[in-house]
Design a protein around this ligand. Structure first.
Ligand code: GFB
Length: 321
């Protein structure tokens, strides 16, 4: 296959690295409609940080294509608390998988990054060319550096080895399969859980970290999976592609939306001892729209669906002390 040609996923052996995570599981669900044979490897069976094991797995399984959705991820506090884990784990995973893919002639690979790769004070909406034009947000610079390295790996293997390896940068994601642990989660699942538990217990208020003024862009993970499949089939170029909804809300607005969806009517109390993080990170959706994709799940509907998923699966989450 020459660089730049459409890539058909039907009847292909497609490895979804990170299939137990929120993103990987959504991609694996979405691939069913493509007629792909989805290959997976749980953490117990394959440690993606282990170079020898990853090379052996690729040599044995011979995937045709790879979605690289495996990563050490977490919310603002987890990123700030475990910098070594976020840097080391993510560098190892992406380097091992991309090198093994090249060694075994994987025809197409998609690396998934994050909107935190961009400078803290990038002009909004953030265009793809803003990468490496200014300092990063300190709470997640370790994760961001690892994700920037992943983009560069995909580009380097394209340039040096002629590989059709591409990158996408998702915005803040939410949906089924999210992490609802209050210490390590992102804001959306944390608020869903807090509002739900406060409603049940009749608590007079819930705590919102920070000032509530930061703005964030949210995309449902099923929309992300659909965009990833679309781009895997149709996009083949050096530059990465932002994947977002194109609109953002303040954290205070989001908190109110979540409380409304859950039916919690108590107060919202700010904990300004917790970090705000980057003030705004709305990504430009122009490139993605130009490539023929736009989202279909409205934020209100997505929150309602995420809450339903939480209600059906909350038994697996540790009780709040
Ligand atoms: O989602 P979040 O943890 O990550 O926080 P980031 C977003 C905003 O929500 C911050 C506020 O301003 C938080 O202070 N917030 C309010 C809360 N209440 C809560 C709460 O109960 N829990 C949490 N977690 N936040 C992450 C990066 O940044 O975004 C990662 O650290 C990654 O590297 C990810 O890029 C997508 O959007 O600030």
């Amino acid at each position: 296959m020459a660089l730049g040609e459409p890539f058909d996923l039907a009847d292909k052996r497609v490895f979804v690295a990170g299939h137990r995570g929120m993103v990987g599981s959504a991609i694996a669900r979405r691939l069913v409609a493509e007629g792909s044979t989805v290959l997976t490897a749980g953490r117990d069976a394959l440690d993606l940080k282990d170079q020898i094991a990853v090379r052996a797995w690729f040599a044995d399984q011979r995937p045709d294509a790879v979605f690289l959705a495996a990563a050490k991820v977490g919310g603002i506090l987890a990123n700030d608390t475990y910098p070594a884990d976020f840097l080391y784990d993510n560098l190892m995973i992406e380097a091992n998988v991309i090198e093994a893919a090249n060694r075994t002639d994987v025809a197409k690979l998609m690396f998934l990054g994050s909107s935190c790769i961009y400078p803290k004070f990038a002009a909004q909406p953030i265009v793809e060319d803003s990468l490496l034009t200014g300092p990063l947000e300190p709470t997640n610079e370790w994760y961001a550096i690892a994700k920037i390295a992943g983009i560069k790996l995909a580009q380097a293997y394209r340039r040096q080895h002629g590989r059709d390896y591409i990158s996408v940068m998702p915005t803040n994601l939410y949906g089924p399969g999210d992490n609802f642990d209050l210490e390590s989660s992102h804001v959306m699942p944390a608020l869903i859980r807090k509002a739900h538990e406060a409603k049940l217990s009749g608590a007079p208020s819930i705590v919102m970290w920070g000032t509530g003024t930061p703005r964030r862009e949210f995309l449902h993970v099923d929309d992300l999976a659909d965009a990833c499949v679309h781009l895997m089939k149709t996009y083949s170029d050096f530059g990465h592609v932002n994947v977002g909804s194109g609109t953002d809300v303040t954290i205070a607005e989001l908190t109110e939306m979540v409380c409304k969806a859950i039916g919690y009517t108590g107060d919202i109390v700010k904990d300004t001892g917790k970090p705000d993080g980057t003030p705004r990170k709305l990504m430009s959706a122009d490139k993605l729209r130009g490539l023929g994709w736009s989202p279909s799940i409205a934020l209100e509907d997505g929150i309602a669906g995420a809450y339903t998923w939480f209600l059906e699966n909350q038994g697996q989450f540790r009780a709040v002390a």
